[in-house]
Design a protein around this ligand. Sequence first.
Ligand code: IFM
Length: 484
Amino acid sequence: MTTSRPSGRQFPADFLWGSATASYQIEGAVHEDGRAPSIWDTFSATPGKVLGGDTGAVAADHYHRVPQDIALMQDLGLQAYRLSVAWPRIQPLGSGEFNQRGLDFYSDLIDRLVEAGIAPVVTLYHWDLPQALEDEGGWANRETAYRFADYARKLAEVFGERVTVWTTLNEPWCAAYLGYGSGVHAPGRTDPVAALAAVHHLNLAHGLAARAIREVLGEAAQVSITLNLHVTRAASDAPDDVAAKAKVDTVANEVFLQPLLEGHYPAAVFPQTAHISDWSFVQDGDLELIQVPIDLLGINYYSTGRVRRLEGAPVVGDGTPGPDGHKSSEVSPWIGCDDVEFLPQPGPHTAMGWNIEPGGLTELLLEMHDRYPTVPLAVTENGAAFADEVSADGRVHDVARVEYLHDHIDAVGSAMDAGADVRGYFVWSLMDNFEWAYGYDRRFGIVRVDYDTLERTPKDSALWYRELVRTGTIPPAELAPTLS
Ligand code: IFM
């Protein structure tokens, strides 16, 4: 077969191929078996917050379809499944009593995965904070970090060694800056002081939880965190533009990487945000708690950004996708970056308006490897939303998604060729789901979900991915529609 793309790259036999989802995005059953509301239940029920008024009340109904969904994963040959646990199912009020029915749900899910030969990669927090904790201040309140450690300890005690990898947090950048800064995510607050406090308390929560998991399970427990590190480029070599990029790097990446892996905050963040906060929420001893050796750094990658020094007043809220690619807001999530202008990136773009640039993933993996050579990496999310259509033959010929995955997986291979220690790759997402502020309007799945019947149909991308997992070799994108 002739192909315009460089296929045929082989991956090591022990490279882990998986896919990822998150609790609120797929489970539904929000009122069942003792689950209490999360901040996303409250937020999505608030008019105007989520496109089309969509909520996660039913989502993909995964809560009632676990056996079927695991059979689907098996059919696709997945070796690992990255799921997240809904804290309000486990501990409805975020403190105090645990809910046995919630623990049983995930225990059963994990058992079934193990039985199916699929490694459970478990994220403890993918944004569905118990509403009761938000009522006490949420991530802006230091206490939430301690409550998170209690919850993590309980999960370690109950799930034990059945979990292959423990991931404390998913994308704390989004939780802090979109949740408390721009307010486009739950809990929808627009308070820059709270957003910076949330950054620190999420870091602290990671450190406390990682320690709790290791106390329960010992050093054999594989502990990780997943970050959505931003690949941002300066529009020119002009010192002002280079400084603009540095500002973005500081608040987007360095405020997580440096405390987590080096034991200190980036010096630049204090002057950059001095007009907002004095960072007095950082207490003596916190940085020692935050810096825990991790066994894996998860990286979520979708696109790149470009910035320059802003001339004149900031322009926001024009209805186009926000600078970070998330829903536009009147309020910028870019705290401490008032004099930075985010430029539109050239296409092609996905349905999120995010530019497609696989080379950014190679760069990012190599940079992380250069900086932290002893920390193994995994791409814990990568994928694309496109306007899928069901063809007359009943299939979804999602050529653009196949090409996206092909090129990004090839980019992972390039990074590995250049020395990056990458252990696995997880497609976002296994199935179409609740895409946060965009509701069900954006489809990221390699499996289509019909939201009327909840029927699952593997798209061409799923069949192509199955072939990749089966052979350990990147198949030509053109093969996808011929697979069954
Ligand atoms: O759907 C999200 C996921 O929950 C976190 N990472 C990015 C995905 C696409 O926006």
